[in-house]
Structure formats: structure tokens, C-alpha cells
Design a protein around this ligand. Structure first.
Ligand code: C2E
Ligand code: CA
Ligand code: CA
Ligand code: CA
Length: 274
């Protein structure tokens, strides 16, 4: 009995209890969202130095009848911990390929690339490459139009396996972008050792570009390294014309951010493009 009492004293923490409860509630709600098709992809344009649209990034949203549109930061971490990210990520892949097959039919969007975010757990699945091949075949989307955005988190797993998988996907025609570069425990050597097509400069560096000279120095060196390794360099979170101008002088030639367009539904995207 003493032990029981002890346990109560040690483990009763209302905040922890609330978090655990919230975790299970969200997990349950996510399962329901999957079966009731409550997920949506929104698209944010990506453009080149001339301001021409080269494609878009697909960003996941969850439409809840009561809470409205829920942003991914509020459920992706829970989906990752509960492994629900696997069926959710698969849905994203399917939906993206379906969208690509539609874009391919129109002259304006024919050459667009669509980037999707792939969570590390999802990428680490043994049959991930097969899933991609299957989705492409099923929808008729061209592999050259699909880009996978991975973060450094994928490198936690067996690096050789991950690199082999990336190489295999590239051989199929896909592009690979290293997302959020510079956050995490980035290693510059990733740029050299990973088979990449693109490196994406994180929003946090772009935000302080004018005010913070060390952020500017980081951006400049990532652009220079990217160029040295023959990678496309894209800056995310670009909000002002001053940022565009600065990034341009640094040699960055691809942009994404509110300045060019916010994430919108596929039908609204067409009106934003040049
Ligand atoms: P991310 O991949 O770094 O995506 C960029 C985020 O920055 C998006 O937030 C986008 O809406 C936002 N953003 C774009 N331009 C600007 C700008 O100019 N200013 C500011 N302040 N923000 C901008 P979002 O859509 O809320 O997504 C958050 C994160 O959720 C993403 O970050 C990504 O890590 C994750 N995510 C989104 N969709 C998926 C998905 O389908 N699968 C997985 N695994 N993760 C996803
Ligand atoms: Ca991304
Ligand atoms: Ca990013
Ligand atoms: Ca980011």
C-alpha cells in the first residue's frame, strides 16, 4: 500500500496527464480523418530567378468540421510517433501523383515539378521505393516531375541504406531536395555525400537575412557550396522584395514564400502563376 501511495505522489502530474490524453485524442482523430478523407493538399509555388513558376510544394492540411483547417505542425509530430504518418504519407504520395497527372495535361503546368515532404519514418520503410513506383504507374505521373523533400532526420538510420534508396529513386527519374538545411545538426558534408538535386535554405535564415550578418554569411556559404556540388539552391520563406534581391546577389536562383504566393488549393494555384 505504501508503494501505491508512493507511485501516486511520484507520477501524478496534471500537465503530463493532459498531454497524454491529448496525444491519444489526436491519434484517434487522425485515424478518423484518414478514413473520412479529411486531409487536403495545398500548393505553394516555387519559381526561378526570372519569377517563372517551376512547380510547387504540396503542404498537408487537415480539415476538421469544428476546428477548421489544422496546420501540419499540430499533427505531424503525433502522426510520426504513432506511425500513422505511414498511411498519411502514402495518401500524400497518391494525391500528389494524381495532381501531377492533371498538371501534365495542361500547357502551363506541363513541366511543373511537385515537391512532397517525406517524413524520415516513411522514407525508412523497406518498400518505400516500390510505393513511389506504384503510385507513379497508377496515375501516369512522370517520375521527372516528382521531387521528394527529405530532412536530415533521415540520416539517423543506416546511412548506406538511405543513400542507396536515394540513388535508386534518382535513377527512376525523381529529384531529391534536402529540406530545412542549416537547422538540426546539419553537417555540410551531407551536401557532398548525399545524392541530392537540391538544397533548401531554411526559412529561419531567410527571415533575418537583412538584420543578421551571420545568417547572411550562412546563406551565402550554403549557396556557394550548393553551386560547387552542382545543386539547385532554393530559399524558402521569402516574404519581401529585399530578401529576393539579397538572395539573388548571393547567387540563389530558386525561391518560395509568401512574396510569390501562399499555399493554396490546386484550383487557385493556376491564377497565381506566371
Ligand atoms: P516545411 O516543409 O519547412 O514547409 C514550409 C512551411 O513554411 C509551410 O508551413 C509553409 O506554409 C510555410 N511558409 C511558406 N512560405 C512562407 C513565408 O513566406 N513565411 C512564413 N512565415 N511561412 C511560410 P506548413 O504548411 O504549416 O507546414 C509546416 C511543416 O509541416 C512543413 O515545413 C513540413 O515539415 C510539415 N509538412 C507539411 N506537409 C507535410 C506532409 O505532407 N508530410 C510530412 N511528413 N510533413 C509535412
Ligand atoms: Ca518542405
Ligand atoms: Ca522547409
Ligand atoms: Ca522549414
Amino acid at each position: 500500500q505504501a508503494k501505491q501511495q508512493n507511485q501516486k505522489i511520484c507520477f501524478f502530474d496534471p500537465e503530463a496527464e493532459r498531454l497524454v490524453q491529448q496525444y491519444f485524442e489526436t491519434q484517434l482523430a487522425l485515424e478518423k480523418a484518414l478514413s473520412s478523407q479529411a486531409f487536403e493538399l495545398h500548393y505553394q509555388i516555387q519559381c526561378n530567378e526570372k519569377g517563372q513558376t517551376t512547380g510547387a510544394e504540396a503542404l498537408l492540411r487537415w480539415r476538421d468540421p469544428v476546428k477548421g483547417l489544422i496546420p501540419p505542425d499540430q499533427f505531424i509530430p503525433i502522426a510520426e510517433r504513432s506511425r500513422l504518418i505511414l498511411p498519411i504519407g502514402h495518401w500524400v504520395l497518391q494525391e500528389a501523383c494524381r495532381q501531377l497527372s492533371l498538371w501534365q495535361k495542361h500547357p502551363t503546368s506541363e513541366a511543373w515539378q511537385l515537391a512532397i515532404n517525406v517524413s524520415a519514418v516513411q522514407f525508412q520503410q523497406d518498400d518505400f521505393v516500390n510505393q513511389v513506383a506504384h503510385c507513379l504507374a497508377e496515375t501516369g505521373a512522370r517520375s521527372q516531375r516528382l521531387k521528394l523533400e527529405l530532412t536530415e532526420a533521415v540520416m539517423i538510420a543506416d546511412q548506406e541504406k538511405i543513400i542507396a534508396k536515394m540513388t535508386q529513386l534518382q535513377a527512376m527519374g525523381l529529384s531529391i531536395s534536402l529540406d530545412d538545411f542549416g537547422t538540426g545538426f546539419s553537417s555540410l558534408s551531407y551536401l557532398r555525400h548525399l545524392p541530392l538535386n537540391q538544397v533548401k535554405i531554411d526559412r529561419s535564415f531567410v527571415q533575418n537575412l537583412q538584420a543578421d550578418s551571420s545568417d547572411a554569411a550562412i546563406v551565402k556559404s550554403v549557396v556557394t557550396l550548393g553551386q560547387a556540388f552542382n545543386l539547385d539552391v532554393i530559399a524558402e520563406g521569402v516574404e519581401t522584395s529585399e530578401q529576393v534581391a539579397l538572395l539573388r546577389t548571393m547567387g540563389c536562383n530558386h525561391f518560395q514564400g509568401y512574396y510569390f504566393g501562399r499555399p493554396v488549393t490546386a484550383d487557385k494555384l493556376v491564377t497565381q502563376t506566371t
